[in-house]
Design a protein around this ligand. Structure first.
Ligand code: AHR
Length: 495
């Protein structure tokens, strides 16, 4: 038995809706085929963007979308992707395939308008110039007369777009130029100087942050450039790696489906580590920015498994199971709880790449278990974080102990309290005694997904994982009990 406490009387920060953001890179079938099929495709589309995918993304209220990469951003020249004459280039980082640039700035911003999300542009620092980045902003956001704004008009778009978020570089400690933090901090300031605001909107400038637990990177960036940034990114991928005694080496990635319980709990332990990472980066940032003005932008997170057999390994196409859904559930709970500093998170990646919410094959589209987690959690967007915790035993293996239940809760503007609860146990249902405080409630609506840890949704087959709506629970006094099946992500709406 676990004891769950939810206190609507103790309120914290607003949960920034952008914690529910996504990331789409020119990688494999992430953009082409997955999102963009071109106007002449037999797959129903609006100006080349798949109607089925756009509708599914509207449903989960995607708040923001980061593009064009990733590592791709660091060899991308935006000028190749506008106008009638698009350059055909090699996507050297992701499989050496032809990138025909048919999806460029106009198409990306059309996608954002179709799904109703805010664009988050990643500018090229590693192989680009401050002038290129500066002209890109001028092209997208300037309303007056200028070479770039005039070019935009010639290319069919009169009104400027409303761009808020600009990332200045991606993984500049790695694929973005292999820089030292001191060197990148100077380069960041150089680029940032020329990224100007046009019109009313003040750009939100994001500096490249650390690779996982590199606290030294955060320390240097905050010390040298903290006052000139609005956000600092952080990338963390969950890989259930282990030491192979057959090969005498670390296996970083393992299959996306067909794993055992040891692998399952190791994955969850690694996913939960993101809590410690955020705490420690926050601690470093607090030294330089005690008011917490600079946001942590977790702009790449998610599971990274082996690519599916028979697919191009450089395309990073992986299936998505209830294990991935549990990872998403605990990660999003953790981000909610760090709303005092974490103000954006972008799942890697939105369609067909890594922990995707949508998979496509030709005209078929599959919604993954992770998609359903975003549906169950969307009530947290812009709600106020409230107190919630669980008293319980741990579960897992000797190697990887994890909490059995994982929770976050928020109060929405309409007064409803939104609770998300995850049962991490692979094989045991969990009885929970829920106690409410701070206000009176009369009922709880429950929706959930659950299944075997390996269950997933495949093309041409009936879905194994779908949201189930359970009968409302009557709340008598200030408590009720609840049974959560094994490997389950649930949403409770209290009113
Ligand atoms: O998401 C795939 C890759 O992972 C991104 O391009 C890069 O930023 C990260 O290393």
């Amino acid at each position: 038995m676990a004891f769950v406490f939810i206190n609507a009387g103790r309120k914290y920060e607003q949960i920034n809706k952008n914690l529910y953001g996504h990331f789409a890179e020119h990688l494999g079938n992430g953009i082409y085929n997955g999102i963009f099929v071109g106007e002449d495709s037999p797959i129903p589309n609006t100006r080349g963007i798949r109607n089925d995918v756009a509708a599914a993304l509207r449903q989960i209220q995607v708040p923001t979308l980061r593009w064009p990469g990733g590592c791709f951003a660091e060899y991308y020249n935006w000028k190749d992707g506008v106008g009638a004459d698009r350059k055909r280039m090699v996507n050297a980082g992701w499989g050496g395939v032809v990138e025909d640039n048919s999806f460029g700035t106009h198409e990306f911003l059309d996608l954002c308008e179709q799904i109703g999300c805010a664009p988050y542009i990643a500018a090229n620092v590693g192989s680009g110039t401050p002038r290129e980045a500066s002209e890109w902003i001028e092209y997208m956001t300037f309303a007056g007369e200028s070479p770039m704004a005039d070019w935009r008009r010639q290319n069919g778009r009169d009104a400027p777009w409303d761009i808020e978020f600009i990332g200045i570089g991606n993984e500049n400690w790695g694929c973005g130029g292999n820089m030292r933090p001191e060197f990148y901090a100077d380069v960041y300031k150089q680029f940032e100087t020329y990224i100007r605001n046009y019109g009313e909107r003040k750009l939100f400038r994001v500096a490249c942050g650390a690779d996982g637990a590199d606290y030294e990177w955060t320390e240097t960036l905050m010390r040298m450039a903290g006052k000139r940034m609005d956000g600092l990114s952080l990338h963390y991928y969950t890989m259930p790696g282990y030491y192979s005694t057959d090969e005498y080496k670390w296996e970083r990635k393992t299959p996306a489906v067909g794993f055992d319980q040891a692998n399952y709990y190791r994955t969850l332990r690694r996913a939960l580590f993101i809590d410690e990472l955020i705490v420690r980066h926050k601690h470093v940032m607090d030294k330089y920015d005690p008011e917490r003005r600079v946001a942590i932008m977790l702009d790449e997170w998610g599971t990274w498994h082996e690519a599916e057999a028979g697919t191009n390994p450089a395309f990073l196409f992986q299936q998505n199971t209830m294990r991935d859904a549990v990872v998403a559930g605990v990660s999003l709970n953790i981000f909610n709880r760090h709303s005092d500093r974490v103000r954006m998170a972008n799942l890697a990646q939105m369609v067909n790449v890594l922990q995707a919410v949508i998979l496509t094959e030709g005209e078929q589209m599959v919604l993954t278990p992770t998609y359903h987690v975003f549906e169950l959690y969307k009530g947290h967007q812009d709600a106020t974080l409230i107190e919630s915790y669980v008293q319980q035993d741990l579960t897992g293996t000797e190697e990887a102990q994890v909490p059995t239940l994982h929770i976050s809760a928020s109060e929405r503007a309409d007064g409803k309290v939104h609770v998300t609860l995850v049962n991490l146990s692979a094989d045991a249902a969990q009885e929970a005694q829920v106690t409410l405080a701070g206000r009176a409630f009369t009922k709880a609506g429950v929706r959930s997904i659950s299944g075997d840890m390996n269950s997933h949704n495949a093309f041409g087959e009936a879905p194994q994982v779908e949201i189930r709506t359970l009968p409302d629970i009557d709340v008598q006094g200030n408590s009720f009990s609840l049974s959560l099946p094994a490997c389950c992500v649930a949403e409770l709406v209290l009113e």
